[in-house]
Design a protein around this ligand. Structure first.
Ligand code: HEC
Length: 224
């Protein structure tokens, strides 16, 4: 499986350092999908779906922001002596999920959180590519983010995946099984998201960016 995935990753992989400046992202992304790919004639079949480079850059920046949001929220719990309640839970991962959905809606993307050891069963891997990428993030901690072509079921577009690591502040709710707050054991009977240590892979953000409507129109025009 790794052998099948790795060559395509080598082509498409972007090891995005979380701290890298947006300018750097822009430059890297342009090398992945040069603007000339958009201008290519309709009968040319570009290796990468014609998603606008600006959308690719925007997705990277949006996921960096989403990840920072969770880390900031979790850090506000640190130093609190009382156990996290339903209210404090709403202040960490639930709003991150809501924000992910909102980012998707705003941009016409699908934005999900995916985890093999999930707390909310909605976040289980949905297809083989997600399982392969999670496995790859597990085996290669230095890879922060990468691109993959859309699956056949998704249609034309690209997928961006960004790893989620465990910080010490996450352990209040994702630490040992016995130390989970009561609201977690009560609300998530199928919970698997415990026994993590700082630095572990927690999961990933998965963004599906469909082929830009603009590119699709251009294609139709050229054909007609
Ligand atoms: C106050 C408790 C709490 C803290 C602190 C917390 N989480 Fe969560 N986490 C939850 C709950 C509850 C869910 C399920 C939310 C839902 O239903 O969507 C969850 C879900 C998640 C998910 C979505 C996948 C899944 O398992 O459903 C990820 C990823 C995640 N947490 C990562 C983190 C990371 C990383 C940190 C630290 C930066 C963190 N969490 C801190 C309670 C917490």
């Amino acid at each position: 499986m790794a052998q099948i995935l790795l060559p395509s990753l080598r082509r498409l992989a972007l090891t995005a350092l979380a701290s890298a400046a947006m300018v750097l992202f822009g430059a890297l992304l342009l090398t992945l999908a040069p603007p000339s790919a958009l201008a290519a004639p309709a009968d040319a079949s570009p290796a990468v779906a014609p998603v606008e480079p600006a959308a690719l850059a925007k997705a990277v920046v949006a996921m960096e922001g989403l990840d920072r949001m969770r880390i900031t929220l979790a850090a506000t719990l640190e130093g609190r002596s009382e156990e996290p309640t339903l209210q404090t839970m709403k202040e960490v991962c639930k709003p991150v999920g809501m924000k992910a959905a909102a980012i998707g809606e705003e941009n016409g993307w699908q934005v999900r959180q995916v985890a093999t050891k999930f707390r909310n069963p909605d976040h289980a891997p949905a297809h083989a590519q997600e399982r392969q990428v999670i496995d790859l993030f597990h085996r290669h901690p230095a890879i922060t983010g990468l691109w993959q072509p859309a699956t056949a079921e998704q249609g034309a577009g690209v997928n961006y995946y960004r790893r989620i690591n465990v910080e010490p502040s996450c352990l209040a709710c994702h630490g040992t099984k016995a130390s989970r707050p009561a609201f977690v054991t009560e609300n998530y009977p199928a919970d698997r998201a415990f026994d993590f240590k700082a630095g572990d892979l927690r999961g990933m953000y998965a963004v599906f960016i469909p082929e830009a409507p603009l590119a699709r129109d251009t294609l139709v025009d050229t054909k007609g």
